[in-house]
Ligand binder design. Structure first.
Ligand code: BG6
Length: 495
């Protein structure tokens, strides 16, 4: 089944996200015959392009970033006929008539009312400006077939996120607003729901009685890569924890949904966020660690320190690494720690969730039987490999009773021949189809800001004195090891 006829207006049409992610994702969908039979994509930006030059520019992005780049049978040419460029300044209300003209023309051409999607891939300060200008467009908002997609960051703190929610809710119905978090479009992330709620095996032990603790790591090898101006106003906590990491935590920790209705799933996730124990500003140092990368050698090349990056203050106190210990105060998770960490310029690009079980209650083997005695674990690996692995103790072949840990692994690549779709493919398709399950509702966004505000405030009030405090290519600052070692655990790194 294909989505209904759609028009996509992409603000930030000459920007990086559109180039690297959105257009490649839309093209992949097209090649896989998942795009609507009739559609049109309009990139909106201030840079100067003719339609042809715009398409040439996007084709370069396809060649680099599309998983279907090898489609040499003219797919791009037919796809690109549906792509055009509107050059205008999004803050100038008088330019928006161009949008109305496009909609009217396409309505005539298609013979039906298409879905109209406004995708805001722009700097956060432009979101309210564009929303207000869109509000002036005649008739656009009377219908539920108009949707607005808002990229992260959604607000800069609780207050600004709340204000943005208010502003958007004055213009759109909640059902029309798609707050995107691309982690929710990743295959393994969605598979957490299947794993937990389509099997009878795991859910009975998915609680404080059997689970010792949970770890979430989202490490990156890249630095801020030319995004210094954005990152200076953000930092790791706002960039990754407030959204992606807390969403992963919700998927792992939520109660079983009664149905796959978008609101039901989002209710259950919001319950988790609301149950996260508030860290007081005074106790932040016991729960959260921040870091910033130094310069040095990494993967065979010299890399700059964060403070030397373009558009970064030479004495910047912005964190490029954050580790936090959370607790969820409910029946299922009381006193089970959730350790999360994320950072730039770390040892490897890896996103994984490790569920560590309690040890067997009695060890009835002789002490020397176990070479390494480790608890059972289930690890959801999201990047670089999408897989799920279960670790348990097994007997080593031989006459002696010797145990060692082994893995049972489900690998997407081995099991399914089709390539997993990119997160943005899934999410763009969902917007066209009107399925908001994998998008954030206003209360969810505010609830996650509430969780991290005390950390932000505590860090703001005490500038760091030890930055930079980790080497590029490492696993972050020493304090991060100490945070988890205090409770007798180690960070798990995947082989
Ligand atoms: C983005 C952050 O949301 O996620 C980036 O703004 C980060 O700083 C990126 O690099 C990571 O996404 P992924 O899909 O590569 O893990």
């Amino acid at each position: 089944k294909k989505p209904p006829y759609s028009l996509l207006f992409i603000f930030g049409g000459s920007g990086d996200l559109n180039y690297r992610k959105l257009i490649p994702a839309l093209f992949n969908l097209y090649v896989d015959q998942r795009m609507p039979d009739r559609f049109a994509i309009y990139g909106i930006g201030r840079s100067e392009y003719t339609n042809d030059r715009y398409r040439d520019h996007l084709l370069k992005g396809i060649k680099e970033f599309s998983r279907r780049k090898d489609k040499g049978d003219g797919a791009w040419e037919t796809f690109a006929k549906n792509v055009s460029y509107l050059q205008f300044d999004a803050s100038d209300a008088s330019c928006y008539t161009q949008i109305t003209d496009c909609i009217t023309a396409k309505e005539k051409e298609f013979g039906v009312t298409p879905i109209v999607i406004f995708y805001l891939a722009v700097a956060p300060q432009l979101v309210p400006v564009i929303a207000k200008n869109l509000q002036q467009l005649p008739s656009c908002f009377q219908r539920e077939s108009t949707r607005i997609v808002v990229e992260k960051p959604f607000g800069h703190d609780l207050q600004s996120a709340h204000e943005l929610n208010l502003l958007l809710s004055n213009i759109f119905e909640e059902e029309q607003i798609y707050r995107i978090d691309h982690y929710l479009g990743k295959e393994t992330v969605q598979n957490i729901l299947a794993f937990r709620f389509a099997n009878a095996l795991f859910e009975p032990i998915w609680n404080r009685n059997y689970i010792d603790h949970i770890q979430i790591t989202a490490s990156e090898t890249v630095g801020v890569d030319g995004r210094g101006d954005y990152y200076e106003g953000s930092g790791a906590l706002r960039d990754m924890v407030q959204n992606h990491i807390l969403q992963l935590l919700c998927m792992i920790a939520m109660e079983p949904p009664l149905s796959f209705d978008a609101n039901e799933i989002r209710n259950k996730k919001t319950d988790v966020l609301n149950a996260i124990r508030k860290i007081t500003r005074e106790s932040v140092h016991g729960f959260a660690v921040r870091g910033q990368y130094a310069g040095g050698w990494m993967m065979g090349k010299q890399v700059k320190s964060y403070r030397q990056e373009d558009k970064v203050a030479p004495q910047s106190g912005v964190e490029t690494f954050a580790a936090v210990k959370f607790y969820i105060d409910n029946w299922r998770w009381q006193d089970v720690p959730f350790y999360v960490r994320t950072g730039k310029r770390m040892n490897s690009k890896a996103t994984a969730i490790s569920v560590v079980f309690r040890p067997a209650p009695v060890f009835s083997f002789p002490q020397e039987a176990a070479e390494t005695w480790r608890s059972n674990r289930i690890i959801f690996s999201i990047t670089p490999e999408a897989d799920i692995r279960l670790r348990f103790q097994a007997k080593r072949p031989g006459t002696a009773m010797t145990l060692n840990p082994v893995n049972m692994m489900f690998k997407y690549k081995d099991e399914y021949e089709v390539a997993e779709p990119e997160a943005y493919e899934t999410l763009l398709l969902d917007v066209m189809e009107g399925d908001a399950t994998l998008f954030m509702r206003s209360d969810q966004v505010e609830a996650s800001w509430k969780v991290i505000m005390p950390i932000i405030e505590a860090w703001q009030s005490r500038p760091p004195i030890d930055f930079p405090n980790y080497s590029p290519g490492s696993w972050g600052p020493e304090d991060s090891e100490a945070l988890i070692a205090r409770d007798g655990h180690n960070w798990i790194t995947l082989p």
